[in-house]
Design a protein around this ligand. Structure first.
Ligand SMILES: Cc1ncc(C[n+]2csc(CCOP(=O)(O)OP(=O)(O)O)c2C)c(N)n1
Ligand SMILES: *[C@@H]1O[C@H](CO)[C@@H](O)[C@H](O)[C@H]1NC(C)=O
Ligand SMILES: *[C@@H]1O[C@H](CO)[C@@H](O)[C@H](O)[C@H]1NC(C)=O
Ligand SMILES: CC(=O)N[C@H]1CO[C@H](CO)[C@@H](O)[C@@H]1O
Length: 830
């Protein structure tokens, strides 16, 4: 029938176009010998964990099947994913076994996080659940609690999360496990991460690109990942690509990626087959590491990958209602969905669970057998669920004093240049616990000072391999984000600089990370972690050369939607405030920090002392740009974002000359969270503080870098909102001049002047008197400037000169000194 899903594709039977002899590229090995005791222990571990995992999905009572099942023993709501579980438990058993045999430091990163029952069952078996949760002790009551509580409101949730011991990866959104695993081993030379990737998950974009992550692992300084591709052939209801690839296709694919692969598929002898592969993988890793660490690194080392072919839902029901379950997508979720009401299915469930022989797997008290214990690491801290790296490994960062890199007030400097020097020093001071992950944008973002003492860590060419390097530049935002997560969750600190427009690519990853982080904070046994730090540069305001595609501030909103106590968004307006912000973010813990700034040279408005105070307050009145230091204003003008703030300051300087009767207060907001309703965010200003900064009753005009909904949302709940007007980015752009970007989005100095005059006229009769004439003049300016830009393709001269304020350091302006900026063209640009 056309469109019908083939139940069991058999890749071995397909005709292949690839020559036979490429199979030589895969690894052929004699199986290792295992003692009978080891074989028994591994087999019993798997049987016990599969039993518990299956029972967790179904049973609300009778957890050890000590009597016949009744409908009352079945949970009212059957939640969980069975299909992936047998593969996850198989790998669990073997990673622990490998660890015990080789005295490894090993952790397990699980891609298919929907297989939580498998991991929780294994954690219970190895005694790690008990360590963190007394209610899940290794006895009958503890097992009862685990099985009956799973996927209920009082038990573990259906997917792996921060409450799961040993986990450093939020289950649920597939695709990220591999890059997280690679991030975790960086700078941990002894660490091995076993990372299982579902064959469905392997179809995802983030996983596809993460295979290249090995090319960023310097074997001299970092540990290694053993990836296991779990080819069980199916996703939710469709075959997988990898499941339909024959051996030669898989071998050529992974060989091309730079790996050597071994297939594990002997279902009759799976424990020896997998043990052979794991020992081989470990030995290969040790060879590569030894060579690099003794000064003779192997050029383009070929790391191991294991391709594990086992049936989906292996050991579960074979056929239900006439349809294959084991070895098909029908095993994906709950194989016997009607077990609570259908007698046959209840009987099938009982037979299935009894097939594991639970009576022989647990002792009288409900403890696990000695045979099972014999394949688990002896020392508790070596068990997969108890490795310190996964929950108590934070290495506090030494943050240099940023004032040393401060810039003189009244000069011009690029924020990125300034912070580049600070980060350079931070990398020197923290040689093993700070890294930069960037999609090849460090230089274009003017952060190249970070290369003063370090280089790029890239292993795939002869010039840079085995040289270390703190900077990883891979043109995959997903991989950068995964690295950042794995590195941070194992205790270190990372910085992710990126073009503003493309951080949205990892929006959902960042959200998933934040979910993990939230639950980690609510989980008593997990210690604090560094924040993850984004630096957004090349923002829409200065992407006039790249054009519309590069003009997209939407990531700001993504961060603002996180829990208030988990997120921070900063818009430092100049180099000194940016320095102070970076230092603060590097010291902070447990947040998602987003810093938005410019790479272009910008006026330095605040001295280092002022910048410090400004950053601590999150916002301040800029007296030098305000009338009478901001006393009794007719209108408050607020800038958020460096270029947007610049326009506000220029508008104020023009208003002082053109409309001296208007009393203006200029406010700069660097920490967006101060705006939020006082009950909602720890940084929020109280209503009294808010009124003292913005006045209780005068109009406030916001000139904002992002989308207006963000400001509106933050201000909701503040008193007197009808006095507020907002201009912001409005999805207007092209390849044009910088100032035209301001004009097109109505955030230019002229638009601010217009808003200020209209607002001021409400309270100030003198301004009202002149309003019509002034507005006419301003609008005429806009037209003239627009025409000029159209004609010449550039902004009027002097547009970006530092504005002048008499009696301040900005008197006369440093750059345009002596020149009457743009006047020869007849503009009042400044
Ligand atoms: C990014 C993402 N897309 C879609 C899904 C929905 N989903 C959940 S499980 C699954 C199939 C996963 O298949 P595979 O990775 O092979 O795992 P397994 O077969 O071992 O369950 C899908 C598509 C998801 N969780 N995440
Ligand atoms: C780092 O290099 C930049 C040039 O790339 C230079 O301007 C700066 O002073 C250097 N900083 C340090 C701390 O050496
Ligand atoms: C900018 O303001 C003008 C005048 O008020 C208006 O016509 C125009 O639609 C605005 N542009 C945008 C992008 O909102
Ligand atoms: C230049 C300027 O006005 N700086 C001020 C910034 O804000 C801090 C306090 O928040 C003041 O102390 C500065 O004078």
């Amino acid at each position: 029938m056309p469109g019908e899903v083939i139940d069991r594709p058999n890749p071995k039977a397909l005709k292949s176009l690839i020559p036979e002899d490429v199979l030589k590229l895969s690894v052929q090995l004699e199986k290792v010998q295992l003692s009978d005791a080891d074989l028994k222990g591994l087999e019993e571990f798997r049987r016990a964990s599969n039993y518990i995992a299956a029972a967790m999905i179904f049973l609300s009572d009778n957890a050890l099947l000590e009597r016949d099942l009744t409908f009352d023993d079945i949970k009212p709501r059957l939640l969980g994913h069975w299909g992936t579980c047998p593969g996850l438990t198989l790998v669990y058993a073997h990673l622990n076994f490998l660890t015990r045999k080789n005295d490894l430091d090993c952790i397990y990163v699980v891609g298919p996080g929907h297989g939580a029952p498998a991991i929780l069952a294994s954690l219970w078996l190895e005694g790690s659940l008990e360590k963190f949760y007394p209610q899940y002790a290794q006895n009958k009551q503890g097992l009862h609690n685990l099985i009956t509580g799973f996927s209920t409101p009082h038990g573990f949730p259906s997917h792996i999360n921060a409450e799961t011991p040993g986990a450093i990866h939020e289950g649920g959104e597939l695709g990220y496990a591999l890059s997280v695993a690679f991030g975790a081993v960086m700078d941990k030379p002894d660490l091995i991460v076993g990372c299982i990737v579902g064959d469905g998950e392997a179809e995802s974009g983030p996983t596809a690109t993460a295979w290249h992550a090995a090319k960023y692992i310097d074997p001299a300084e970092s540990g290694a990942v053993i990836p296991i591709v779990h080819v069980n052939g199916f996703k939710i209801s469709e075959r997988t690509i990898y499941g339909c690839m024959d051996d030669k296709e898989l071998v050529t694919l992974f060989t091309g990626y730079g790996y050597q692969c071994r297939f594990v598929e002997d279902l009759e002898d799976i424990d020896r087959d997998l043990a052979t592969s794991f020992q081989w993988a470990l030995d290969e890793i040790r060879k590569i590491q030894k060579a690099a660490r003794s000064g003779n690194p192997i050029m383009k080392p070929r790391w191991p990958v294991i391709i594990m072919r086992t049936p989906k839902g292996w050991s579960g029901p074979k056929i239900v209602d006439g349809e294959f379950v084991e070895g098909s997508f029908h095993a994906h979720q709950v194989p016997l969905m009607a077990a609570k009401t259908n007698k046959d299915q209840l009987a099938d469930l009982q037979n299935w669970l009894l097939s594991y022989g639970p009576a022989k797997l647990f002792t009288e008290t409900g403890d696990v057998t000695d045979s099972i214990k014999s394949v688990i690491p002896i020392d508790a801290h070596n068990k997969l669920g108890q490795r310190a790296e996964t929950y108590k490994a934070h290495e506090p960062l030494k943050v240099p004093d940023w004032r040393k890199y401060g810039v003189e007030k009244g000069t011009e400097e690029s924020c990125m240049k300034a912070i580049g020097n600070l980060i350079d020093q931070a990398l020197v001071d923290n040689p093993k616990s700070l890294r930069i992950f960037s999609p090849d944008e460090l230089v274009s973002n003017k952060l190249d000072a970070v290369f003063n003492h370090t280089g790029r860590d890239f292993q795939w060419d002869e010039f840079s391999h085995a040289q270390g390097g703190r900077v990883i530049e891979i043109l995959s935002e997903h991989t950068c984000q995964g690295f950042l997560q794995g590195y941070t969750l194992t205790g270190r600190t990372g910085i992710f600089p990126s073009y503003e427009s493309f951080l949205g690519i990892i929006h959902t990853m960042m959200v998933q990370y934040s979910k993990f982080n939230k639950m980690a904070r609510e989980t008593a046994w997990r210690t604090d972690l560094s924040s993850i730090n984004y630096i957004e540069t090349s923002t829409w305001t200065r992407q006039e050369h790249n054009g519309f595609s590069h003009q997209n501030p939407s990531f700001i909103g993504a961060v603002l939607n996180l829990k208030p106590d988990a997120a921070r968004v900063y818009f430092p307006p100049d180099a000194n405030t940016f320095l102070s912000t970076v230092a603060h973010c590097l010291r902070s813990k447990n947040y998602v920090n987003l810093m938005v700034g410019s790479k272009q040279p910008q006026p330095v408005f605040l001295s280092t002392e002022e910048a410090d105070a400004h950053c601590q307050a999150g916002a301040s009145i800029w007296k030098f740009a305000s009338t009478d230091d901001g006393l009794n204003p007719d209108v408050t003008l607020v800038g958020i974002g460096s270029e947007l703030m610049f326009e506000v300051v220029v508008a104020a300087s023009i208003l002082h000359r053109k409309c001296p009767a208007l009393r203006v207060r200029v406010v700069n907001v660097t920490d967006l969270m101060i705006l939020e309703d006082e009950t909602l965010h720890p940084h929020s200003l109280t209503n009294d503080e808010f009124n003292s900064l913005f006045t209780p009753d005068r109009p406030i005009h916001f000139n904002y870098h992002g989308y207006s909904n963000e400001i509106k949302g933050l201000l909701f709940g503040r008193p007197n909102l009808d006095r507020i007007s907002i201009e912001c980015y409005k999805e207007e752009g092209s390849t044009t001049t910088p100032f035209d970007m301001m004009l097109r989005n109505n955030v230019s100095r002229y638009h601010i002047i217009e808003a200020a005059i209209k607002a001021g006229a409400k309270h100030n009769p003198k301004v009202a008197l002149d309003m019509t004439a002034l507005l006419g003049e301003v609008r005429h300016q806009v037209t003239k400037v627009q025409e000029y830009i159209m004609k010449t393709g550039r902004d009027p001269e002097g547009t970006f000169d530092i504005p002048k304020f008499e009696g301040t350091v900005f008197e006369g302006g440093k750059k345009g000194e002596g020149k009457s900026g743009g006047k020869e063209d007849g503009f009042f640009v400044n």
